[in-house]
Design a binder for this molecule. Structure first.
Ligand code: SF4
Length: 276
């Protein structure tokens, strides 16, 4: 079992705070800083990769694998935020279907582990692993068991799946945006509908990625970036040097990220004790 300490953030090279410099990206992503989208734009425009691949929530809780090959497609795919869903097989299938030779995968920590192992410790499918150039993982506290959560929203709050436009985490509440209304559900209440795998998941930041990205409350409008190796460091620094992002030191927010990571580990330990 992973100890509760610095190791729960995994190995890292640097911690930064970053923000997109492109006005169009910034306008869409004011709250998050848009650094992930800006870095992906850099990777596409500089020809570092052929495509960006992610499995994204498209409506309600439906998810599908998407590919973006230029900034326009990236902005369409990302919308005003990256709502990633934990489907790994669909991403793999998409990369193979479209015969993409070099990609960035934007994913959640559990997917980062799957793809990181396929790339760095391949057993059989070396051809597939070689196609993964970068793995960018978003911080994650959990995703919901679709059917059970939708049923609960309908029965308890009268909200239908096809009405849901977005779901966001906001301090101690889960905000469900539907029609022109925002329903704030206390996190404690919503947590009982997390997927079982999430209840025992201990990785908050995506320790298998090249770059982890997320937010802290003390630095609104900035994206926290954790680079984990030379590959991730070069990607982030390249985006900065080529004018795609503003970048500053983020060492002072490590404690905040660590606090969330510890909460996730503690939750997993509690749940494991109950489950096993
Ligand atoms: S909590 Fe863990 S298992 Fe669940 S979606 Fe996030 S990274 Fe994946």
């Amino acid at each position: 079992m992973m100890p509760i300490g610095e190791n729960i953030l995994g190995q890292f090279h640097s911690v930064y705070l970053a923000r997109a410099r492109d006005k169009e990206i910034l306008e869409r992503k004011v709250a998050s800083g848009g650094a992930v989208t800006a870095i992906l734009t850099y990777a596409l425009e500089e020809g570092l990769v052929e495509g960006v691949v992610a499995s994204k929530r498209v409506k309600g809780f439906e998810g599908k694998a998407i590919v973006a090959r230029n900034k326009r497609e990236l902005l369409e795919a990302a919308g005003n935020r990256w709502s990633i869903v934990p489907f790994a097989a669909r991403i793999k299938a998409k990369i193979e279907e479209e015969d993409l030779r070099e990609v960035v995968i934007v994913c959640l920590p559990c997917q980062a582990q799957f793809f990181g192992q396929m790339r760095d410790f391949p057993i059989l499918e070396t051809d597939f692993g070689n196609r993964i150039k970068y793995i960018v993982s978003l911080f994650c506290m959990g995703t919901f068991a679709f059917e059970a959560f939708l049923n609960y929203l309908r029965v308890r709050y009268g909200v239908r799946a096809d009405e849901i436009k977005d779901i966001k985490l906001s301090k101690d509440f889960l905000e469900v945006h539907y029609d022109d209304t925002v329903l704030a559900i206390p996190l404690k209440e919503a947590y009982s509908y997390l997927q079982t795998g999430c209840l025992v998941c201990m990785d908050y930041t995506g320790i298998w990625s090249d770059v982890s990205a997320g937010f802290v409350e003390s630095e609104p409008r900035w994206t926290v970036l954790i680079t984990r190796n030379t590959r991730g460091e070069e990607l982030v620094r390249g985006a900065h040097e080529n004018g795609y992002i503003d970048l500053r030191d983020g060492t002072h927010v490590v404690g905040e990220v660590l606090k969330m990571a510890r909460e996730k580990v503690a939750r997993a330990q509690r749940n494991m004790a109950q489950l096993f």
